[in-house]
Write a protein that binds this ligand. Structure first.
Ligand SMILES: NC(=O)c1ccc[n+]([C@@H]2O[C@H](COP(=O)([O-])OP(=O)(O)OC[C@H]3O[C@@H](n4cnc5c(N)ncnc54)[C@H](O)[C@@H]3O)[C@@H](O)[C@H]2O)c1
Length: 248
């Protein structure tokens, strides 16, 4: 088991939703999580509430990601866990997706994960210690969805990147896994944002929701992220947390 206690973790998108739930679980296990997010207001608020550091970052900027890793290493002397979780979902199909929107999704969802993995793994190799990297993909990285062109493309990329890096860094005992949630209550997905009717349609997509009457919760996904961090025999794997969506 890869003990989280005393391990230093960067969680991107840590200011809300799945990332915030992950920060809370790492903290509860005695780890040292750092919230890395571009939302300064939520980042500072959660940082004060939990007593953990906040660093502002736009993951689509390689230089900023590099600086965040350096700042965290300055703070604690080491980095053991990277949760590359920040992402956006521009819902649009082929003919109404502008190239600007598409490129922004690639910059954040795909390149952002790449930068986080790159600088975290570089530091872990330098330390010569085992490490755990978890990349947040989606069910949209496993199956296609209409009107999710940019999201599908970038989340499939995260899944591919994860497997490549898992093999490349297995000899260093740095494990790289991907997480694939279906619909989860968050700032991105809630009734205020998507409306009651759409929420009911979303609920109907998950077999397990027939019993629970709801979509997933951030802590249910964070639990999978913690499993991927702790399990020392797991690398290049897909942790699918989708209420049965993809088994239909
Ligand atoms: N909620 C879902 O239904 C769902 C399903 C599958 C996958 N996901 C993925 O889970 C991850 C977390 O999403 P969530 O559901 O918790 O949503 P969320 O909107 O609550 O959280 C996303 C966080 O990422 C931050 N962020 C966005 N762009 C950023 C950038 N360029 N740099 C730094 N931070 C940035 C936001 O400020 C926010 O705090 C995302 O990658 C998302 O694609 C979500």
């Amino acid at each position: 088991m890869f003990e989280i206690k005393d391990k230093v973790a960067i969680v991107t998108g840590g200011a809300s939703g799945i990332g915030l739930a992950t920060v809370e679980m790492i903290l509860a296990k005695g780890g040292k999580p750092v919230i890395a997010d571009y939302n300064e207001e939520s980042g500072k608020k959660e940082s004060e509430r939990l007593g953990v550091p906040f660093v502002k970052v736009d993951v689509s900027c390689e230089e900023q990601v590099k600086n965040v890793v350096a700042a965290v290493v300055d703070m604690y002397g080491h980095l053991d866990i990277m949760v590359a979780n920040a992402g956006i979902n521009p819902i649009a199909g082929l003919l109404n997706l502008t190239m600007e929107t598409y490129q922004r999704a690639v910059e954040i969802n795909q390149n952002g994960v790449l930068y986080c993995d790159k600088y975290a793994i570089e530091q872990m190799v330098k330390q010569g210690t085992p490490g755990a990297v978890v990349n947040t993909s989606s069910v949209s990285g496993l199956v296609g969805q209409a009107h999710e062109l940019a999201y599908n493309t970038t989340k499939f990329a995260v899944r591919g990147m994860t497997k490549s890096l898992a093999l490349e860094y297995a000899p260093n005992n740095i494990r790289v896994n991907s997480i694939h949630p279906a619909c989860v209550l968050s700032n991105m997905v809630n009734e205020d944002v998507i409306g009651h009717e759409m929420m009911q349609q979303m609920i109907a997509l998950h077999p397990i929701s027939a019993a629970t009457g709801r979509i997933g919760l951030p802590e249910e996904i964070a639990h999978g992220i913690i499993f991927a961090i702790e399990n020392t025999f797991m690398t290049g794997a897909e942790v699918v947390l989708d209420g049965g969506w993809t088994v239909q």
